[in-house]
Ligand binder design. Structure first.
Ligand SMILES: [Zn+2]
Length: 195
């Protein structure tokens, strides 16, 4: 950010009075701009014992497989955003139950929070949207485990197939850290009691 959205004045990074972090402050008016984490919301669409994955047609991780997910829009709920992304990227209609919230990942290194919801496919009428090259159903054995786009997706899928065997789907929250050597570590922080 370089210019003020209110008056087009120049912005400088300084710690405002009473604050303890540098913020983008306008040198002309009193505007202060706060940068906060973004929410990424998506679903884990399932049908029987299979899960729907999308092959990415866009960067980053073009050609890798992922769950349908994307940035939440202003004015929508996390669940509605996840359902919207599922329609946009996979052309899929889903049914969600009242226990749909499944995994939540904090990624403080890149200022993002991911949320995935379990969602049953309403039918088998799905098709790749503009951001996907291909959309397909996979059993646990069929999943291209080496070709999964993001660690949060891989972690969600691994827990899902484990939970499927137990028929219990607790809500889990993880902290994901991007280390300096580009290694990514995932720590389980919270897990609900299986109902
Ligand atoms: Zn200004």
């Amino acid at each position: 950010m370089k210019f003020c959205h209110q008056c087009a004045g120049s912005l400088v990074l300084r710690i405002p009075e009473g604050d303890d972090k540098p913020r983008h402050c306008c040198t002309e008016c009193d505007s202060i701009y706060y940068l906060n984490p973004k929410n990424v919301v998506g679903t884990l669409p399932f049908y029987g014992k299979k899960v729907l994955l999308c092959k990415r047609a866009i960067q980053p991780r073009m050609g890798k497989w992922t769950l349908p997910a994307g940035f939440m829009e202003n004015g929508e709920s996390s669940l509605n955003g996840a359902i919207r992304e599922t329609t946009e990227e996979a052309g899929a209609s889903v049914l969600v139950r009242s226990d749909s919230l499944y995994t939540l990942f904090n990624l403080p290194s890149i200022n993002q929070v991911y949320m995935f919801f379990r969602a049953e496919l309403a039918n088998l009428d799905f098709a790749a949207g503009v951001e996907s090259d291909e959309v397909a159903l996979f059993s646990e054995q069929e999943i291209p485990w080496q070709e999964i786009a993001f660690p949060v997706v891989k972690s969600t899928l691994e827990h899902y197939f484990e939970d499927l065997r137990k028929q219990q789907f607790p809500v889990r929250m993880f902290d994901v850290h991007h280390e300096e050597d580009r290694k990514i570590t995932t720590h389980l922080i919270s897990e609900s009691n299986p109902g």
